[in-house]
Design a protein around this ligand. Structure first.
Ligand code: AMP
Length: 419
């Protein structure tokens, strides 16, 4: 066996797995397009500075998870660790805001983070997601949440939970953070080291801490942001919940759900499923009214979500190991017949749209028939010397075992007329 292995945290997708991936990709493309979203694909690497500014220099992604390097020309580059910043970079670079006041964009792409690998957590993984750039209104947030939810519903994902919150507009943040720090003054020393470090740098992210003791202390003492948002922001949140109610999308209000970056505002949401185990997040999203300006554009409202594809495939679960269907296996009995067999296979693919597999190992008749059974072919064609001399071919229905001889020139018509 070769000593070469995939790099830790990366994986190969073999043909049986790719089957379910292709189905998933196909459904996502059609649902996105059905909702008026257009696909965008950005390069695999960008200037590192885009992510430092776009995600924030206090985040785990930027401080320790980015694959970045200086290239031969002295440029500081990074493999993309998230997709919103590149989409916004493209939106600005191509001045998309000038052509239309609202852009609905979606992506399906690979990204890279040097995280600790575990089930549902890789170093190269895939995300699909959507960004609506231009509308400040709550119906746009509701559209985003329902889009994500309906994608999962379409895959029949069980035990889903939509959690929803509002962190209000950016203007309230400085005063709220002061009040938050004040409210936890007496329990500061009891919080974990990570939380203690976050109090000054990024206090909102205290609520992201996975330590149950920290969460208990915050429950008892911390001032929640939802209690500080303005009447206008409450009204924005209310409209979202009204639309979700009307659409029959179940959700719960989680008043500790935050996104700890400066440019996030208003809505935050997450969809989880208990069938995923520890890494239960299917997707996360929210409004990021400050990002476009932060990356050098005019202030522009935007909302989006990002969803892990590997997590979705895990959640789909048992259908995971699908076998690529074969319609016809073409068995042939002698070397002289190979060109004719190859031509028949080609004609059937071209004219009947069938998946046709041709024997190329020159095995015995018995071994070829066994292979036809193994790959699940519904029909086997047998080109024997005798049949060839008569200008005929045997067609065998693998379910019933019935077989008959037909004239070679009628094979396409015959296959097309067979259900
Ligand atoms: P984020 O970009 O961190 O908000 O993540 C959005 C979604 O991507 C999560 O809800 C997960 O479904 C998925 N995800 C995040 N990190 C990973 C990872 N390392 N491996 C696989 N999926 C991930």
């Amino acid at each position: 066996m070769s000593n070469f292995r995939t790099i830790k945290g990366t994986h190969d997708l073999l043909p049986n797995e790719r089957m379910i991936w292709r189905k998933v990709e196909h459904s996502i493309h059609s649902i996105m397009q059905q909702n008026g979203y257009g696909e965008i694909r950005t390069p695999a690497f960008e200037n590192t500075e885009l992510f430092v500014r776009g995600i924030g220099d206090e985040t785990d992604i930027v401080t320790k998870e980015m694959y970045s390097w200086i290239d031969q020309g002295g440029n500081n580059l990074a493999l993309k660790p998230e997709l919103t910043a590149p989409v916004v970079r493209a939106y600005l670079q191509h001045q998309m805001g000038n052509t239309n006041p609202l852009h609905r964009l979606y992506y399906f792409d690979a990204l890279f983070r040097r995280e600790r690998p575990q089930k549902g957590r890789q170093r190269q993984f895939y995300q699909f997601g959507a960004e609506a750039i231009g509308s400040p209104n709550p119906e746009q947030d509701a559209e985003m949440i329902s889009l994500a939810y309906n994608i999962y519903k379409g895959f029949n994902i069980q035990n889903m939970m939509v959690r929803l919150n509002s962190i209000g507009s950016a203007e309230i943040m400085p005063a709220y953070l002061d009040n938050l720090r004040h409210s936890i003054k007496s329990i500061e020393h009891e919080l974990c080291k990570i939380c203690q470090a976050r109090i000054e740098k990024n206090a909102l992210r205290l609520f992201d801490c996975k330590n149950p003791r920290c969460q208990e202390l915050l429950d008892e003492h911390a001032l929640l942001i939802f209690e500080s948002i303005s009447d206008e922001d409450h009204a924005h949140f209310k409209v979202i919940t009204q639309i979700l109610d009307e659409m029959g999308i179940p959700y719960s209000h989680d008043n500790k759900l935050v996104r700890g970056l400066d440019y996030y505002s208003h809505t935050t949401f997450e969809i989880t499923s208990t069938i995923l185990g520890a890494q239960d997040a299917l997707c996360g999203g929210g409004r990021y009214n400050g990002l476009i300006e932060q990356l050098g554009g005019k202030p522009t409202p935007a909302v989006g979500f990002a969803a892990g594809v590997e997590r979705l495939i895990l959640a789909i679960g048992k259908q995971n190991n699908m076998v690529q269907p074969v319609d016809i296996y073409l068995v042939h009995m002698s070397q002289e017949l190979i060109p004719t067999a190859a031509r028949i296979a080609n004609d059937l693919r071209k004219n009947c749209g069938k998946t046709v597999v041709l024997e190329t190992l020159r095995r015995s008749m018995k071994a070829q028939m066994r292979e036809a059974g193994r790959c699940g072919a519904t029909t086997t064609l047998i080109l024997g010397i005798e049949e060839f001399a008569e200008n005929k071919i045997i067609i065998k229905d693998m379910a019933t075992g019935n077989q008959e001889k037909i004239v070679l020139s009628e094979i396409i018509q015959f296959v097309n007329n067979t259900p």
